[in-house]
Design a protein around this ligand. Structure first.
Ligand code: SF4
Ligand code: MSK
Length: 664
């Protein structure tokens, strides 16, 4: 592409200081970013594609459907609602497939670890025992590896199961929810099977009833959330450790001038964990020293970044929206990628510098990049080969610019277990204090802000929504690139509690926790399913997830995975709101996804472009749920005496992790 940037030309609409700083540098003047490509396209996105009514499922089309216009239905007679539902369902199937293929690799890695192969070990024995119970494995007289092997084999069977039994983890949902799924016939069976059936049913001439299509779409999405994603999260925790609160830093400032910078980008923590181990190996440190570097500085990008941030405190340099910017600093010797959310443009940006893009997974190659296959049987050897290639680039580094001022502290590591211990204490871990604080109104409700960044929208929408929510006493749980963005603006620190409403602030300051809790990567949204089930089990907030004052959003979604995540939350009984969705091209389908879903699942989709209004729609739903539970009155008398403050509980271990709230 032949355009060259002058200063921060094209920076309008960008609010991220480090991005702006990098783009203003001379070294970045030839770097074309996705921001530029959005502008260079010079045309609006296709109306039919954006609203869900473009069908290209057979070669009589493509057909662009206009709702309500008889001449503008499909050649085959497909209506706007059929086409919109089919497209939506296929998006969910694609998102589920991505999570599922990722999860399968993690389960296979877990089995290898259980067999004693490779560098990893069974770290979290308590969680191993919890999973043994879920999988109904007799643990008597067996060592941890034996138990892990049995869990791994049963977990692997959940992907390809051909019988009609539901996936194992579904039993963790509240009983009432399980019964509903059974009645509706949406209990996911083998996860792979649900994706295949979804693709079949949306093939030309098969399922042509939008409500029936969406039943299978829910089943497929539930197979993602309660099946593959949950397996991935739980077994990864057992292998690499369940996250605990840890301090770290985010933003491009975590790159180092004096070290070989290796950015690890993608999703699967097997590669990233191996790189972490190899980076501290004496042979690698010596090789780095030999070229004049202090060592290898590993930094994360996207959800791989979140995985190693949560467990090891390794800094995250960039979320999705800054992947090109990390390279444009000129300070990265190699960007090592595996699967999902890696833009092809990273190669073009890297071509301006000394940087190697190293692909590592046979599924995901990029034209022009170097491929070094990550061998799961010999992970450390693969990781060392990759790092040696990066070290070899260090002396070739030319001018570079690291925006040092933008370094941001964060406290991360809020797994379901952490939240459980945080308010209840290590020795009496329970969701009781969280439920009580919701009942007494100090915490108005819980909102998940998850998912991607998107170049089509201003990059501060996560921040606007989060600030509005915490100001109104809503505790925010964040995952994925949304969490990285919220970290970049300082909301993942206990000090951010000063911006919260009085009730939430009191809870955060007493416990020493941030008002926005980083719960992990995009597969880790399954942690939120476990947390909501635990809240129901604790009692006092109804007997199903749909009774809880809990809502979710992935406002700036980009990936198909976000729609799969949204659908599994809706089908689990949660209100989910995005800034846009490809369903507005059919009035009937949209009404069904909003009101129809609510009638069936007690959870629904919604759309609101304006971030402040979006936050207030979430709050309105929380208040509606509070009123239905009869706890809306409590919010009016949030008085804190010393005894009540003590009741909040301080046995979280958070203070030990250095997470003190502001001194009183
Ligand atoms: Fe057109 Fe029907 Fe073919 Fe879709 S399936 S492209 S609506 S003819
Ligand atoms: S990486 S799926 S941009 S959250 Fe999980 Fe970020 Fe969305 Fe990819």
């Amino acid at each position: 592409m032949a355009i060259s940037r002058k200063g921060c030309e094209g920076c309008d609409g960008i609010t991220i200081p480090s991005t702006k700083e990098v783009l203003q540098q001379d070294i970045a003047k030839n770097v074309i970013t996705a921001y530029d490509r959005v502008k260079m396209r010079g045309m609006e996105a296709c109306m039919f594609g954006s609203t869900g009514t473009c069908c290209r499922n057979c070669n009589m089309g493509p057909c662009q459907i206009i709702d309500g216009v008889d001449e503008m239905i499909g050649i085959c007679g497909a209506t706007a609602e059929t086409v919109a539902a089919r497209n939506y369902a296929r998006t969910i199937a694609a998102g589920t497939a991505a999570h599922t293929d990722h999860a399968r690799e993690m389960v296979k890695g877990f089995i290898e670890t259980a067999k004693g192969h490779g560098p990893h070990e069974i770290k979290d024995v308590a969680k191993l025992m919890t999973m043994a119970e879920v999988f109904k494995i007799d643990t008597e007289g067996k060592d941890k590896n034996q138990i892990a092997l049995e869990i791994g084999e049963k977990a692997l069977a959940d992907f390809g199961s051909q019988d009609d039994n539901p996936v194992t983890m579904l039993s963790r949902a509240p009983k009432k929810r399980q019964e509903l799924w059974k009645r509706l016939g949406v209990e996911p069976r083998g996860v792979d099977r649900e994706v295949v059936e979804m693709m079949h049913r949306t093939h030309m001439g098969v399922d042509q009833d939008y409500k029936n299509i969406m039943l299978q779409a829910s089943r497929c999405a539930l197979g993602d959330g309660w099946g593959s994603s949950m397996l991935s999260t739980e077994l990864t925790d057992i292998m690499f450790g369940t996250p605990k609160p840890i301090r770290a830093i985010v933003d491009l400032a975590c790159l180092r001038k004096d070290s070989v910078n290796v950015a690890v980008h993608g999703h699967e923590p097997l590669l990233a964990e191996a790189l972490c181990l190899a980076a501290n190996d004496e042979e690698i440190i010596k090789a780095a020293n030999k070229v004049g570097a202090k060592g290898v500085n590993l930094v994360g990008v996207c959800c791989t970044g979140n995985e190693i941030l949560m467990r090891r405190g390794i800094p995250v340099a960039a979320g999705f929206i800054q992947q090109e910017m990390a390279l444009a600093t000129g300070a990265v010797e190699a960007m090592v990628v595996d699967v999902q959310c890696i833009m092809q443009s990273v190669q073009e940006v890297a071509d301006n510098f000394h940087t190697d893009i190293i692909t590592t997974n046979y599924r995901a190659k990029i034209d022009g990049a170097t491929h070094i296959q990550f061998e799961e049987e010999t992970p450390i050897e693969s990781a060392k080969e990759i790092l040696k290639k990066a070290i070899g680039n260090f002396k070739k580094r030319g001018d570079c610019f690291i925006p040092d001022e933008t370094k941001q502290d964060v406290v991360v590591g809020f797994s379901h277990e952490t939240i459980n211990n945080m308010l209840g204490g290590t020795f009496r871990s329970s969701y009781r204090p969280l439920n009580d604080n919701i009942i007494n109104g100090r915490i108005r409700g819980v909102a998940a802000i998850v998912g991607c960044d998107n170049y089509k929208m201003p990059d501060n929408h996560h921040e606007i929504i989060a600030r509005e929510l915490i100001k109104n006493d809503v505790l925010v749980l964040a995952t994925g690139c949304a969490a990285t963005g919220l970290g970049r603006v300082g909301l993942l620190t206990p000090e951010a509690a000063s911006e919260a409403g009085p009730g939430l602030r009191e809870v955060c300051e007493t416990v020493g926790m941030p008002p926005v809790l980083h719960c992990g990567s995009c597969v880790d949204n399954s942690r939120l399913l476990v947390a909501t089930s635990a809240m129901v089990a604790e009692g006092g907030l109804g007997d199903d997830i749909s009774d809880l004052p809990v809502v979710g959003t992935a406002p700036a979604w980009m990936s198909e995975k976000a729609v799969a995540i949204g659908q599994y939350f809706v089908a689990s009984g949660t209100y989910v709101i995005f800034q846009n969705l490809p369903l507005t091209g059919s009035k009937k389908f949209q009404k069904f996804m909003f009101d129809g879903m609510d009638e069936i699942y007690g959870g629904r989709w919604d759309i609101e472009e304006d971030p402040v209004k979006l936050a207030h729609k979430m709050i309105a739903r929380i208040d509606e749920r509070r009123a239905a539970l009869g706890i809306d009155k409590q919010r009016e008398r949030v008085l804190f005496d010393m005894e009540m403050r003590r009741d909040l509980g301080t046995g979280s271990g958070l203070k030990d992790a250095g997470c003190h709230g502001p001194e009183k």
